[in-house]
Design a protein around this ligand. Structure first.
Ligand code: FDA
Length: 508
């Protein structure tokens, strides 16, 4: 069927501006593998047994996307759309059924309108490219999206998207004001022509269930010309557990310009040199040092922050700092590829009441289990602007009442199925250990930290009830409305995957 599909693409697009033949890659094409691998971010999905697309299309214009959608339906192919390829389960480029990848690597245009504090950004651009383009136009405009510069706009914005400005300005998706997308009928829509329901759904409900999102219009936000950053490590011997105890009670109530997240991993004790747990308090304050120090002394003296721990810089430099690029030219933010890829598995949780110290003390030994390379548990505070936005404003529902968010991560370099199984099993045990201390009914999860363990559709085929197993965890009370929008715009469930929103009229 894929030959017929490719023929259909040629027929369909023979009178478009640019020929489609240069942007269609079948498995025999010599560039196929390099294009497929270019944005895979997790070595788990680069093995010989990973299911691969029959065809990759790298559209240059909207008509190429339209042709791919129409021809895929005619010739029984599924579509996976890839922007930055960061999906934690590889859903943008893996499928068990015959499929084509629409890779938006050429849709990377960014137009910043500093005068009106807005920008149009195409889905295939990365957040690093967006930050770079904003900083080229203004030193006092920024955008509240994620931390890792190679993350793609398409997946990130359609699943939420947060970083160090979240407590002040909410999620990336909260700051989207218009979009352009192609729907299942091949129609090119904007906010006005798609209507408010679909516009609501694709800001946090995941784009892949609804069509291919081409570009986003965003509202840029004010950042001061000077911000202050620090990254302060504390080991168990330096009272890390007590400091985390206090952090859990204050971090979501601090001045909304201040975000202090914690990365908890393995470290070594300064006193004994022995392995220990280390909590690194990593922070960006959208203000200067003279304001930050008294704020910390008053609200969080347990951390013992001193002026020497902190550095003042511009907002774009803080982006570089958090990405580990300090001292390099800002142009590195435009690089799309991540060096040093490893294997990884991630999960997420939300916390409404502080985790007891005894529970944390029970968690620490798990970091040192045999054969577990690099576990990192990350706590990110909520509060501030997140408390003010209603749970149904966009599909992302976890607002007031959530004091912080956990990302459970484990990274490893050892190859082979046994190592993968060992690390994934470890992650599942940590997740089950944490169950009593995190949100319940549903046990909340963040769509952008995709986790197929929480439930899947069978090859994309599912009922509303079955899909509710995972859907309520990501979307809670917004899941029903997402299914209603899906039913309206794609009733036959063409755009489907292991965790796509189900149509209420069809299981297929
Ligand atoms: P990818 O291309 O893999 O797409 C993800 C999903 O969106 C897939 O289902 C895909 O089909 C769909 N999709 C993509 N483009 C689409 C389009 N144009 N139209 C329709 N559907 C589309 N998150 C966060 O909030 N803050 C952070 O700081 C980070 N940091 C981070 C670091 C690293 C190293 C990784 C691997 C991930 C993160 N994330 C994150 C998570 C990230 O936000 C999440 O993986 C995003 O979905 C990634 O978007 P991409 O476009 O890169 O992914």
């Amino acid at each position: 069927t894929h030959e017929k599909f490719v023929q259909c693409l040629f027929n369909y697009s023979h009178n478009t501006n640019t020929s489609i033949s240069n942007i269609v890659y079948t498995q025999t094409n010599s560039s196929y593998s390099s294009i497929l691998n270019a944005s895979i971010q997790n070595l788990r999905f680069t093995t010989n047994t990973t299911e691969k697309p029959l065809v990759i299309v790298t559209p240059l214009e909207v008509s190429h996307i339209q042709a791919t959608i129409i021809c895929s339906q005619r010739h029984g192919m599924q579509i996976r759309t890839r922007s930055g390829g960061h999906d934690y389960e590889g859903l943008s480029y893996i499928s068990e059924v015959p499929f084509v990848v629409i890779d938006l690597v050429n849709f990377i245009e960014i137009q910043v309108d500093a005068e009106n504090s807005t920008a149009w950004v195409q889905s295939g651009a990365t957040i690093g490219q967006l930050y770079y383009s904003i900083s080229e136009k203004s030193k006092t405009l920024g955008f509240p999206a994620g931390v890792c510069p190679t993350v793609g706009i398409g997946g990130h914005f359609s699943g939420g998207g947060y970083g160090f400005l979240m407590r002040k300005y909410g999620l990336a998706a909260d700051n989207v004001i218009d979009v352009q997308m192609v729907d299942v009928k091949g129609r090119f829509l904007d906010r006005k022509s798609m209507g408010e329901d679909l516009f609501w759904a694709i800001r946090g409900g995941g784009g892949a269930s609804f069509g291919v999102i081409v570009a986003w219009k965003i509202k840029l936000v004010q950042v001061p010309s000077t911000v202050t950053v620090f990254n302060v490590p504390r080991t168990l011997e330096q009272n890390a557990t007590n400091i985390i105890h206090k952090w859990q009670r204050v971090a979501s109530k601090l001045d909304e310009r201040l975000t202090i997240r914690i990365n908890i991993g393995k470290g070594s004790s300064a006193q004994t040199g022995n392995q220990t747990v280390q909590a690194s308090f990593e922070s960006m304050f959208a203000g200067d040092l003279d304001e930050l120090i008294p704020l910390m002394e008053k609200n969080f003296p347990e951390l013992g922050l001193v002026r020497e721990d902190c550095t003042e810089m511009s907002w774009i430099e803080s982006i570089m700092y958090m990405a580990g690029f300090s001292g390099q030219p800002t142009q590195v933010l435009r690089n799309r590829t991540q060096p040093n890829l490893v294997f990884s598995k991630n999960k997420s949780d939300y916390v409404k009441v502080p985790i007891p110290d005894a529970a944390l003390e029970g968690l620490w030994p798990m970091f040192f289990e045999d054969g577990i390379e690099s576990p990192v548990i990350q706590f990110t505070p909520y509060g501030g602007r997140m408390d003010e936005i209603s749970e149904s404003e966009i599909p992302f529902p976890y607002r007031s009442g959530n004091i912080f968010h956990i990302q459970h991560q484990v990274y490893w370099e050892e190859e082979g199925d046994e190592a993968t199984e060992r690390h994934i099993n470890w992650m599942r045990r940590v997740y089950s250990y944490m169950e009593p201390y995190v949100s319940k009914s549903p046990r909340a999860a963040y769509l952008n930290y995709r986790d197929l363990d929480i439930g899947v559709n069978n090859n994309g085929y599912t009922s509303y009830e079955q899909a509710s197993v995972w859907g309520l965890k990501y979307f809670n009370n917004n899941f029903r409305r997402l299914a209603e929008v899906k039913t309206k715009v794609d009733p036959r469930n063409f755009f489907r995957n292991e965790q796509s929103i189900p149509s209420l009229v069809s299981h297929g």
